[in-house]
Design a protein around this ligand. Structure first.
Ligand code: SAM
Ligand code: SF4
Length: 369
């Protein structure tokens, strides 16, 4: 949803507001209107909350974490079950947030994950609750999570070949991930999505294998362009597989037809998949072109880091702490206003495509993807 603020319009794909010839930004409102929602200066309203539950992980994906040496937060610095529930309640009742996704680091590392899901599912109005996970350990917890109120799961899986999986994640745990995905199905949860990042010379030649596997299992596979959020700061525009490159690789076996359903703020552009020369639709595949075809102008996200700070954008250099004030006794109204202020300052876009772009200090695992 967006609110008219008399702002210069933004095209989808252009994260910047209309600029003046001197490079300045034309007519941004300075005063936040007195609306309860998480409105920003560009008229966007955040209704989709991502909460990072931990900065720790049991994998070390090369595009996300370093092999070793990343310092982790001490447990008392993390949001507790009660603090997560309180923030989720504020989001749902004050701001009209409708979707809550738990992420990390690896959210399954939280022993109280089932309790967190149960507490958030008890909120009124009840938000849709989803989980982004590497699925390690999901085999034994999927049923309890589904019973607690989890609605959907996104599993990150970049290869179904054990050697490639181990090379990317630096851990030999493919079998555990596949068992986790099977357990989600057995728990009765549907609409499971698989997220994959393609990297040149590592798994880009496996895009078709991965899609064939996902289609056979009835999962929607989404390829995500690799973003400059790795702890090693090794990303380069030249060495990433673009959305166009992803579509080209898939076209070697499949005909992709743009899905006619409205995108409605979703990051993935969806395509119907068919074998060449065959009319039967096999399923959908998504391409998330965060770098080359950004969708910032329609962004509806607000994020909380594992230590309870608001990040208005994945690529923000600023965070607004909510946990400190909460632990110092701030009431809901004060916390909500801090959160609204943080989102009001949300940048127009990530500007990854511009000269002078600087990568955020925190890697994806510490922000909450
Ligand atoms: N550990 C969980 C997982 O892997 O699903 C949740 C956290 S992880 C940071 C969330 C998502 O971010 C994953 O789908 C992962 O592939 C993606 N991700 C991490 N680093 C990325 C990067 N540099 N570019 C694009 N996606 C990235
Ligand atoms: Fe862990 Fe997820 Fe990052 Fe991989 S992408 S290292 S699974 S947080």
């Amino acid at each position: 949803m967006s609110v008219a603020l008399g702002m210069p319009g933004m095209r989808a794909g252009d994260p910047r507001p209309a600029g003046r010839a001197d490079g300045g930004v034309a007519s941004l409102p300075s005063e936040r209107p007195a609306v309860p929602t998480l409105l920003d200066r560009f008229g966007r309203e955040a209704t989709d909350l991502r909460i990072s539950l931990t900065d720790r992980c049991n994998l070390r994906c090369t595009y996300c974490m370093p092999a070793e040496g990343l310092p982790f937060l001490p447990p008392p610095a993390l949001l507790s079950l009660d603090e997560i529930t309180r923030l989720a309640r504020i989001a749902v009742t004050e701001f009209g947030v409708r979707q809550i996704r738990f992420t990390g680091g690896e959210p399954l590392l939280r022993r109280d994950l089932v309790d967190i899901v149960r507490a958030v599912a008890a909120l009124e109005p009840r938000p849709e609750i989803s989980l982004t996970t590497n699925a390690i350990g999901l085999a034994s917890r999927a049923q309890a999570l589904a019973e607690a109120g989890l609605d959907r799961v996104n599993v990150s899986l970049d290869s179904i070949h054990p050697d490639t999986f181990a090379a990317i994640t630096r851990r030999p745990f493919l079998d555990r991930v596949l068992a986790g995905i099977d357990a989600v199905r057995a728990s009765g949860l549907t609409r499971t999505k698989i997220n994959a990042v393609l990297m040149p010379g590592i798994n880009d030649d496996q895009a078709i294998d991965l899609l064939a596997w996902a289609l056979a299992g009835g999962h929607q596979l989404r390829f995500i362009e690799q973003m400059p959020l790795d702890a090693d700061h090794g990303w380069s525009r030249e060495s990433m597989i673009t959305a166009e490159g992803i579509r080209e690789r898939l076209a070697e076996r499949y005909t992709l037809t743009p899905d006619s359903a409205p995108r409605d703020g979703a990051p993935a552009e969806l395509f119907e998949v068919r074998e060449h020369g065959d009319e039967r639709m096999l399923g959908l595949v998504g391409v998330i072109a965060s770098v080359t075809e950004p969708f910032c102008s329609d962004c509806r996200r607000t994020r909380l880091t594992a230590e309870g700070a608001v990040r208005s954008c994945l690529f923000s250099h600023e965070e607004i702490d909510l946990l400190g004030p909460m632990r110092a006794g701030a009431g809901d109204a004060e916390v909500a206003d801090l959160w609204r202020g943080a989102m009001w300052a949300k940048p127009a876009g990530h500007r990854m495509n511009e000269l002078g772009f600087t990568q955020p200090e925190r890697p994806m695992s510490a922000i909450g993807g």
